[in-house]
Structures are given as structure tokens and as C-alpha cells.
Design a binder for this molecule. Structure first.
Ligand code: SF4
Length: 416
């Protein structure tokens, strides 16, 4: 029986925020309404031109989408009219399934009543809230504009509007955070009863204000109050244990969900399903007509995007995914999931080479307690999750080109 045609995930980047958080290195910023309006115009033109661009990449564009994610930035800052404009453009290029997961990222307290009321009519059924901490001092220290009270009210408002599928993001390692205060945030997060939680360990980036202050040896933004690496690792481990004990399963390194509430959109990234990104710094992954795949990444420079769009081919970096790349990706993306990587499935997709060539890498990680094997499945250990970037790096570049040159295109597992 032929494989069913793959469904698409769509990501829309809205790079506008009300204030810039001190730890943030995303392509986002604080801009006026004129810039936002111009961006929406460019974005919709970009969406409408996608068939043309996909053709120049030799990509196959699935026409049925079952997930849509508005991220950023703070996309809840858009007006209902702007959101409708984008939705209409998307509906011109794809059909959404009746059960499509449609998510809006919001900062607590930054979702207007008008947009909230309009959301269900536009198909939104999920919200991801950037809470980061339920402790007001910690949130304020990194420039978040909400308090615990605002967050709890926001969750109530969402539920009252019919949106119960809510994710709460938390960050372990914020300035002023202690093991004790972290536990306050964990307790509050569990008590909200939301079906999905994400926990990220703060890795201060040198391109963030916090990072630059650290490098300069300054004291602003609570620089001296950032917990050390071991404390952050302990906080993460504590979150894993407490969420699982509360019945919220740990299904991916940073993600936890009650039964059946995993993020369909994010699962596409980790299982190498096709997705299309629109807007600043958005990324796409599509099968190609010759059985391979491409990855594309949009510029992260807003001025460049606004000046040149919709000549997307000049703004975007397009990279073919080789047979080797595909295997490496399947390993390090698959290992992000608690289910791990099934050796049989790897062999089905890519042939014997997919397991044979990585055998020594797997063995080495097993010996170091980073990976474990059970029932022909390889997965990260709790220690491996803490050092996951190091583990993933070992799966990159381990294969000489000639040894996989004969792998069939269909084996690349992009749902082609
Ligand atoms: S709201 Fe999110 S995207 Fe905006 S500055 Fe803060 S962390 Fe960055």
C-alpha cells in the first residue's frame, strides 16, 4: 500500500515584542505599529508566492496542513484583522484538516480581548504562554512584564474563551532563581492543570543583553545572581521528576504533556515531517521531487526582509539534505524524544548503514552512561539529557560520503 501523502506543519514568525527580555537572542524586537503593518503585508505576499519558490527549490509542497504555529516574538500583539489577513493568505495555499492544531504564542497579559474572542472563529485551539517563572522578582529581573497573578488570570481567560489546550514555558536558571523558588514555580505550574509544559535550561547567549553584560563584567540584569550550571541541571532534573510524578509525561528533552496532549507541531520537527516557515528567521523542511529533501532558512534581519520580500529566493538559504545528512538528522532528532530511536525503523528508512555506521558512536555513549538500549531502541539516559548537545554532536559528521552514496532517495524518511 502506498504511503499516505504527508501533511504539512506551518510556522509563522511574528518578531515583535512589547519589551526585549534580557536573556533573549531571538530575531525579535520592539517596533511601532507601522513596521508591524508593513511586516504583515510582506508576510502575506511571501505566503502567496510560496508555490513559485517551492518550484525553484524542486520541492514538493503538501497541500494539506494539520498544524499551524504562530511564534516569535509575541504574535498575540497582532490585531484580529492582521491575523485574519495572514490566515486568509495561508488558506489560499493549503487546506487545514478539521482537527488541525493551531497554536498562538502569547506573553501573559499581552492578548487583547478582541483577538481572544476572534481566535476560536479563526481556528485557534492552542496557546503557548511564555511564563518562564511564577516568582515575580525573577520575571521582572529579566524584563518580563507579567506577574504570577496576571498569568493565572490569563489561563482563566483562555479557558473561558474555550481554549483549554495550553502550554506553559518555564526557564531554569533565571537570575535570582534558587532551588526553593524553582519549586514554587513547579508547584504553581502543576496546579494550573495545563496539559503541556516546557522547561528550558538557561544558556546565556553572548548576543543577549544579559550575555553582553556578563562579558563586560557588569552587574546589570542580575548578572551575579544567575545560578551555576550544576544548580540549573539540578533544577531541570527536579522538574522532570515532579512533572512525571504529577502524571505529566516527559516525551521530549524539554517537553512534558498529559496523555494525548503532545505538541503535534513540534513533533514534526523531531520526526522529520515536512514543514514550511514564513517570516523572519523561519525555517522550512520539504521533500523534493527527486526524492531528496531541502532545508531553507529565512534571513533574520528585519530591515532586509522588509526591503526585499517577496523575492524570497534572495533572502533565504536553501540547503539540500544529502543521504548522510538525513541519517544524522534522524539520529539526533529522534534521540530528543523519550521514545528514542528504533533501530528497525532506522533500517527500514535508510538500510543497514543507518545503524551499522553509528554503532561505535552508540556504544561509546552507552559506556559513558549517556545512551541506553532496550528492545532494539536507543535513547538518552537522564544524564544524557543533561549533555544532549554533546551527544548529538557525536552523530554529526561520522560518515564518509562514499559509504552511503547508494542509499535510495525514498529511504530518507521525509515522507516523500
Ligand atoms: S517575549 Fe520572547 S521573543 Fe520577545 S524578547 Fe522576550 S523571550 Fe524574546
Amino acid at each position: 500500500m502506498p504511503n499516505p501523502a504527508p501533511t504539512l506543519g506551518i510556522y509563522v514568525s511574528i518578531p515583535f515584542c512589547r519589551a526585549k527580555c534580557s536573556y533573549c537572542n531571538f530575531a525579535s524586537g520592539v517596533f511601532g505599529s507601522e513596521r508591524m503593518a508593513a511586516y504583515v503585508e510582506m508576510l502575506t505576499a511571501d505566503i502567496r508566492a510560496i508555490s513559485e519558490h517551492a518550484a525553484t527549490w524542486g520541492a514538493k509542497l503538501p497541500r494539506i496542513a494539520d498544524s499551524l504555529y504562530f511564534g516569535g516574538g509575541t504574535p498575540s500583539l497582532l490585531s484580529p484583522e492582521q491575523m485574519r489577513q495572514i490566515m486568509h493568505a495561508l488558506q489560499e495555499i493549503v487546506s487545514f484538516t478539521s482537527s488541525a492544531e493551531i497554536t498562538l504564542e502569547c506573553a501573559p497579559g499581552q492578548l487583547s480581548e478582541d483577538l481572544l474572542q476572534a481566535m476560536p472563529g479563526m481556528g485557534f485551539n492552542r496557546v503557548s504562554l511564555g511564563v518562564q517563572s511564577f516568582v515575580d522578582q525573577e520575571a521582572a529581573a529579566v524584563g518580563r512584564l507579567h506577574t504570577r497573578e496576571i498569568t493565572l488570570k490569563e489561563i482563566q481567560r483562555l479557558r473561558a474563551a474555550g481554549i483549554a489546550d495550553i502550554n506553559v514555558d518555564l526557564i531554569a536558571g533565571l537570575p535570582h532563581q534558587t532551588r526553593e523558588s524553582w519549586n514554587v514555580s513547579l508547584t504553581e505550574a502543576i496546579a494550573t492543570g495545563v496539559p503541556h509544559l516546557s522547561v528550558y535550561m538557561l544558556d546565556v547567549d553572548e548576543d543577549s543583553r544579559l550575555g553582553r553584560e556578563m562579558i563586560a563584567g557588569g552587574t546589570r540584569y542580575g548578572v551575579g545572581m544567575v545560578p551555576n550550571e550544576q544548580t540549573i541541571a539540578d533544577m531541570y532534573t527536579e522538574a522532570c521528576e515532579r512533572f512525571v510524578a504529577a502524571g505529566i509525561a516527559h516525551y521530549e528533552i524539554s517537553n512534558f504533556a498529559r496523555a494525548g496532549q503532545e505538541s503535534r507541531h513540534n513533533l514534526k520537527y523531531w520526526t522529520r515531517q515536512p514543514y514550511l516557515g514564513f517570516g523572519l528567521d523561519a525555517h522550512s523542511f520539504l521533500p523534493t521531487t527527486d526524492g531528496h529533501a531541502i532545508r531553507a532558512g529565512m534571513t533574520d534581519d528585519l530591515a532586509v526582509y522588509l526591503d526585499l520580500s517577496p523575492r524570497r529566493n534572495e533572502l533565504e538559504t536553501v540547503t539540500p539534505v544529502s543521504a548522510i545528512d538525513a541519517m544524522e538528522e534522524a539520529w539526533f532528532l529522534g534521540l530528543r524524544l523519550t521514545d528514542g530511536v528504533s533501530l528497525r525503523s532506522m533500517q527500514r528508512q535508510f538500510g543497514e548503514a543507518a545503524t551499522h555506521m553509528f554503532q561505535s558512536t552508540v556504544l561509546e555513549c552507552e559506556e559513558q552512561g549517556l545512551l541506553e538500549r532496550a528492545n532494539e531502541t536507543v535513547r538518552l539516559t537522564p544524564r544524557g539529557r543533561l549533555f544532549s548537545n554533546d551527544v548529538f554532536a557525536r552523530f554529526l559528521g561520522v560518515l564518509p560520503e562514499q559509504e552511503t552514496a547508494g542509499i535510495s532517495l525514498q529511504q530518507q524518511g521525509v515522507g516523500a
